[in-house]
Design a protein around this ligand. Structure first.
Ligand code: SAM
Length: 285
């Protein structure tokens, strides 16, 4: 299948000497059929500003542009990639803007500045070393509903499993509660290690997340984070023991939330954690 008029990614990597660096978490996707498939996961993007973190040599970026993204704004830490990405921008009539920097420091709404008829979607093959931190940054946006319509993100498979895990499973934890409280998450695609250059040790998976209105509007994020952190800090202990480190009486809190004190964190549903957080906020006044 032919794509755009740009050279194959392998040639770009050779001509700009973009050998992958471990320190940047670089594992590149070189198959444009695969990147186009990923770019189609969010659906129609013809009215979207796509925010891409870590475009690298531009494989996924090209997939997004080819799939009709209205514009793509990409933040890349590695300045070696910038000249190659400039070529991509030129080939696609300037629909790509590239910023060199650390995505952890970006104020996204300010950078993306969507017009009233554009929606914002994040699509990224995240660097494994900051992937979870970025996801948490986007999930804990102080305004909710947030400034984006969806997240389509590549993670190590084990992290993806944690995001979608149900109560009662080993993978269920802080990330599952936070993500499922704030929206719906599904594994949209599994990607074998061999699809990357260089191939990482483990398989990956793509999460598609869409934010939704809170289950209970009276719950504050900081309270939910606190009870979830304590409960999973000692996940094998019963709630009556694991919640002892909170600054309220654990037994009264559990009773107020109508839960059984002998439950363990991994069997507490998202709705039950939300109620624990609401009662915790009430008890702290
Ligand atoms: N999108 C490319 C692809 O799919 O082939 C590259 C993905 S690679 C897993 C991750 C990319 O994120 C690398 O290009 C790396 O330089 C970049 N990166 C790493 N840390 C970053 C950060 N804090 N902010 C922005 N980009 C970062």
């Amino acid at each position: 299948m032919t794509h755009d008029a740009l050279p194959p990614l392998r040639d770009i990597i050779n001509s700009y000497d973009l050998r992958a660096k471990k320190s940047f978490g670089q594992n590149f996707l070189l198959d444009l059929n695969l990147t186009s498939k990923i770019a189609r996961i969010p659906g129609d993007i013809s009215n979207s500003v796509i925010y891409e973190v870590g475009p690298g040599p531009g494989g996924l970026t090209r997939g997004l542009l080819e799939s009709g993204a209205k514009r793509v704004v990409a933040v890349e830490m590695d300045n070696r990639c910038v000249p190659a990405l400039r070529d991509v921008s030129e080939a696609y009539g300037g629909r790509l803007a590239v910023i060199q920097g650390d995505a952890m420091d970006i104020d996204e709404p300010e950078l993306l500045a969507p017009s009233s008829n554009e929606d914002v979607r994040i699509v990224a093959n995240l660097p494994y070393n900051v992937g979870t931190a970025l996801f948490v940054k986007w999930l804990t946006s102080t305004t909710w509903l947030p400034w984006y319509q969806s997240l389509t993100l590549m993670f190590q498979q084990e992290v993806a499993e944690r995001i979608v895990a149900n109560p009662g499973s080993k993978a269920y934890g802080r990330l599952s509660v936070l993500a499922q409280w704030r929206g719906t998450a599904r594994i949209a695609m599994r990607v074998p290690a061999a699809a990357f250059t260089p191939a990482p040790k483990v398989a990956s998976a793509i999460i598609h997340f869409e934010p939704r209105e809170p289950i209970n509007k009276n719950v504050q994020l900081k309270h939910l984070e606190k009870v979830v952190e304590k409960a999973f800090g000692q996940r094998r202990k019963m709630l009556r023991a694991s919640l002892k480190g909170l600054d309220v009486d654990a037994a009264s809190l559990i009773t107020a939330a109508n839960l059984n004190p002998t439950m363990r964190a991994e069997t507490v549903t998202v709705a039950e954690f939300v109620e624990l957080a609401r009662q915790y906020g009430r008890m702290r006044g």
